[in-house]
Design a protein around this ligand. Structure first.
Ligand code: PMP
Ligand code: GLU
Length: 395
């Protein structure tokens, strides 16, 4: 049958993280003992105090459509959170609550990008950025960074990538997938470049803010000269172990927030009412209540870095946040192991799935074809077993 689908969907890549997770599920259903280190999803339960708030909301009959941009009480909790954690002052019309940070990002793309507008993506970037940009007919401009600079974009690299068509820069800090955290000084050097280019806006994706092992999270919007040009994206999926609850949000200039509200009003309406009530409780809580998860991620980071250092040919930076390692595995390219020739990171990731029964994600999906991403949002036992299997498959 002729392909009747739109060019838009035909040209859209499938999310590599979700595709790998689906493949791992499929293989498990066939009886294979797959260890999933592909998905960036905390393996903790949502904390009880948040679950109780949701149950309470159901009992109180929160069942109607919410305001498109979120309950006022939730937006107020977000404003307090931005002030408390990020030293950022937003007002109610500057906040939009969405169905996950993913929708928040898609809204921003849809309301900011015209066909042909360029969006600078320092590599490696989170898997969905480039396709979200393309869905809005934007042009992703990949800027390769170096593992020796902890995968961070320098001011010179940014300057070189800017053209009259540059509309935005999107980055995450802590970064998915490299775990890198931009310091205040590093962000200032980028902001200094942007001073000369007032037509460029920034998306600062801070969803891993709390999963930061070195401390000192800094938001681009904290600089006075960047506040009116920055959309701060955040959400509860990661730090609160609430991936399935689907709540994310932005703080932005009010004209951008209003546009996102309008966009969302035609596509999904307000986010889920029960989840929104629970997130009020999550955000009002002191961040110390989720520290036990961050501490555990920190231990796992040490474990996985120690174990990976014993495998020849894995070059890894030391991630400072999030829960991923992003080793360069290019020394294996061109080699044949167990009858399988590995030409690139996708072959390598597939090899690990088939021969070590460990699911990872190819770096190609993140704009870096020399690396693979390994999520350590898994138990220490699973991490140990997975790395043992990888080592043995490669030896
Ligand atoms: N940004 C980054 C950097 C992420 O890793 C993710 C992964 N979930 C998202 C955004 C989307 O998060 P959400 O679950 O809130 O849609
Ligand atoms: N953000 C997570 C990841 O990078 C979840 C999957 C997704 O939303 O694509 O694995």
């Amino acid at each position: 049958m002729m392909n009747q689908l739109s060019d838009r969907i035909n040209n859209l890549a499938t999310s590599a993280t979700l595709a790998m997770a689906a493949k791992a599920r499929e293989l498990r259903a066939e009886g294979k003992d797959i260890i999933g280190l592909s998905l960036g999803e905390p393996d903790f339960n949502t904390p009880d105090f948040i679950k109780e708030a949701a149950i309470e909301a159901i009992n109180q009959n929160y069942n109607s459509y919410t305001p498109v941009d979120g309950y006022v009480e939730l937006k107020e909790a977000i404003i307090t959170k931005f002030k408390r954690d990020n030293n950022l002052n937003y007002s109610l019309p500057q906040i939009v609550v969405s169905t996950g940070a993913k929708q928040a990002l898609a809204n921003v793309a849809a309301v900011m990008i015209n066909p042909g507008d360029e969006v600078i993506l320092p590599c490696p970037y989170w898997v969905s950025y480039s396709d979200i940009v393309k869905l809005s007919d934007g042009v992703p401009v990949e800027v390769q960074t170096s593992i020796d600079n902890d995968f961070k974009m320098t001011a010179e690299q940014l300057e070189a990538a800017i053209t009259p068509k540059t509309k935005m820069i999107w980055y995450s800090s802590p970064c998915n997938p490299s775990g890198s955290v931009y310091s205040k000084e590093e962000l200032r050097t980028l902001a200094d470049v942007l001073k000369k280019h007032p037509h460029i806006y920034v998306v600062s994706d801070e969803i891993y803010e709390h999963i930061n092992f070195k401390g000192g999270h800094f938001s681009m919007a904290e600089f006075d000269d960047m506040y009116d040009r920055t959309v701060t994206v955040n959400g509860v999926s990661k730090a609160f172990a609430m991936t399935g609850w689907r709540i994310g949000y932005i703080g932005a200039p009010d004209w951008i927030a209003r546009a996102c509200n309008k966009m969302q009003g035609q596509i999904t309406s307000g986010a889920n009412c029960i989840a929104q009530r629970a997130v009020i409780t999550a955000l009002e809580a002191d961040p110390s209540r989720i520290k036990y998860m961050v501490d555990e991620f920190k231990e796992r980071r040490k474990l996985i870095l120690d174990l990976l250092s014993e495998i020849e040919g894995f070059k890894t930076n030391e991630p400072e946040g999030a829960f991923y390692v992003f080793p360069n595995v290019s020394s294996y390219f061109g080699k044949t192991i167990k009858g399988k020739t590995i030409n690139n990171a996708s072959d390598f990731s597939l090899f690990l799935l088939e021969e070590a029964l460990v699911a990872t994600v190819t770096g190609e999906a993140f704009g870096n074809p020399d690396c693979i991403r390994i999520s350590y949002a898994a138990s220490q036992d699973n991490i140990k077993e997975a790395i043992k299997r990888i080592k043995s498959a490669l030896s």
